[in-house]
Design a protein around this ligand. Structure first.
Ligand SMILES: Cc1ncc(C[n+]2csc(CCOP(=O)(O)OP(=O)(O)O)c2C)c(N)n1
Ligand SMILES: [Mg+2]
Length: 323
């Protein structure tokens, strides 16, 4: 598949925005200025971007507790997200969502959430709405390898098959569920995609640390789902570079594991190597993106710090839907 120069630059930029947003959060959280729990997506950027670069704002995604990458990849405003994580009144969700519940329906990002296994059923609901709408739109539910053990995920997969919903189950296998290794938690059949197959879905598998593999595999999958064939699933093999949550001492990791992952499984390094080797993009263009994004993230943090907190009177608004 041929991606245009603009498409390549855009994909790289999206991955860099996620990486720099999170590297910066990792540092800022240490200052104690950010309340609440934060789960970093660093290392998995190619998965979110390889999936979401195929989507428009009227396609839906539902995220997980590790949602920053999905939000950015789907088009959420980065400064609005930073303000949200700082709990500011003009954050993307008025400072009421924090890191773990960011949503922006206007770009089809239906929400991150802290309940493992809650994304897949929501994606089926959104997919049914898309089906009724009849415009060929799809809904994607991101789930981790841990979430794929939840009953909700199994029920959702069955419901999607029964209703032939244009729902895509994206299983991001980063080999850990909190501090528990995938090999321990997933039983003897470690082929997560085969679970979806057992419900009657067509499934795909890709290297979620490689933008090109994820993007190209998703192109096939999406053509199948958009053609009205019902749901599908994909397992993306990927890695997280930080702890489960910020503050996790990661004693469950093997010696040198993170250093090895950063050396061998960094999607940004892989992207740079590939485009440089094929001569499609010059490294200076990628360096320019890095420099531009670094400024964006600096501004995002400065603006978030300076932004006002929500008024106390706001504490009970947006809690219930009012008709
Ligand atoms: C229903 C439920 N059970 C347990 C938890 C605690 N918990 C939070 S994240 C997590 C692990 C999820 O692992 P995975 O789905 O692989 O996602 P990852 O953290 O690797 O992105 C667990 C068990 C929770 N939030 N919700
Ligand atoms: Mg996991």
């Amino acid at each position: 598949m041929q991606l245009s120069r603009d498409q390549l630059l855009r994909a790289y930029r999206q991955m860099v925005v996620i990486r720099m947003f999170e590297e910066r959060l990792h540092a800022e959280i240490m200052t104690g200025e950010i309340a609440g729990f934060t789960h970093l997506y660093c290392g998995q950027e190619a998965a979110a971007v390889g999936v979401c670069e195929h989507l428009g704002h009227d396609d839906f995604i539902v995220s997980t507790h590790r949602g920053h990458g999905h939000c950015i990849a789907k088009g959420c405003d980065v400064k609005g997200m930073m303000k949200e994580i700082y709990g500011r009144a003009d954050g993307l969700c008025k400072g009421k969502a924090g890191s773990m519940h960011i949503a922006d329906v206007s770009v089809g990002m239906l929400g991150a959430n802290g309940i493992v296994g809650a994304g897949a059923p929501q994606a089926v609901g959104a997919a049914l709405a898309a089906k009724l709408d009849g415009k060929g739109k799809v809904a994607i539910g991101f789930s981790g390898d841990g979430a794929c053990n939840q009953g909700t995920t199994f029920e959702a997969m069955n419901m999607a098959v029964v209703t032939k919903a244009p729902c895509i189950f994206v299983f991001e296998n980063n080999h850990y569920s909190e501090h528990t290794g995938f090999e321990y938690a997933v039983g003897t059949n470690r082929d997560i995609a085969s679970r979806a197959e057992a419900f009657g879905m067509k499934v795909w598998r890709a290297n979620g640390s490689d933008f090109f593999d994820t993007y190209e595999t998703m192109a096939d999958l999406l053509a199948y789902v958009r053609a009205g064939n019902g749901p599908a699933a994909i397992e993306l093999d990927t890695e997280r570079f930080y702890g489960h949550f910020e503050g996790d001492p990661q004693r469950y990791r093997g010696p040198g594991e993170v250093e090895r992952l950063r050396k061998d499984r960094d999607c940004l390094v892989a992207f740079r190597q590939k485009v440089e080797a094929s001569g499609v993009l010059e490294i200076a263009a990628l360096d320019a993106i890095d420099a531009e994004v670094a400024i964006l993230i600096d501004e995002a943090v400065a603006e978030a710090r300076a932004a006002p907190a929500p008024a106390l009177s706001e504490v009970t608004t947006d809690v219930y839907v009012s008709y």
